[in-house]
Ligand binder design. Structure first.
Ligand SMILES: [Zn+2]
Ligand SMILES: [Zn+2]
Length: 81
């Protein structure tokens, strides 16, 4: 599979992964690995944020789009054991 982002600019490069959001194939230069906090939301109590984060592969377009929603800062202090 070839990188979608490279194909857009007329190049071909071997893809190393897929964007989690739009499923575009991406090369090492165009893939963005981000850390996704895992949390459980409770109705009447603060949400539990787990100490280990998951990995999420995204293209630059989806990463920028998804970051629009992350207006509230990560609540690392709310980790419950
Ligand atoms: Zn590329
Ligand atoms: Zn994408």
């Amino acid at each position: 599979m070839e990188c979608y982002q490279c194909l857009q600019s007329g190049n071909t490069r071997e893809a190393v992964g897929l964007c989690h959001h739009c499923s575009a194939a991406l090369c090492a230069d165009h893939i963005c690995a981000v850390e996704e906090p895992l949390m459980v939301k409770h109705l009447m109590a603060p949400s539990t944020v787990f100490p280990k984060k998951a990995r999420l592969m995204l293209c630059a377009t989806c990463k920028a789009a998804l970051e629009q929603f992350q207006s509230e800062p990560a609540t690392e202090a709310e980790v419950c054991r």
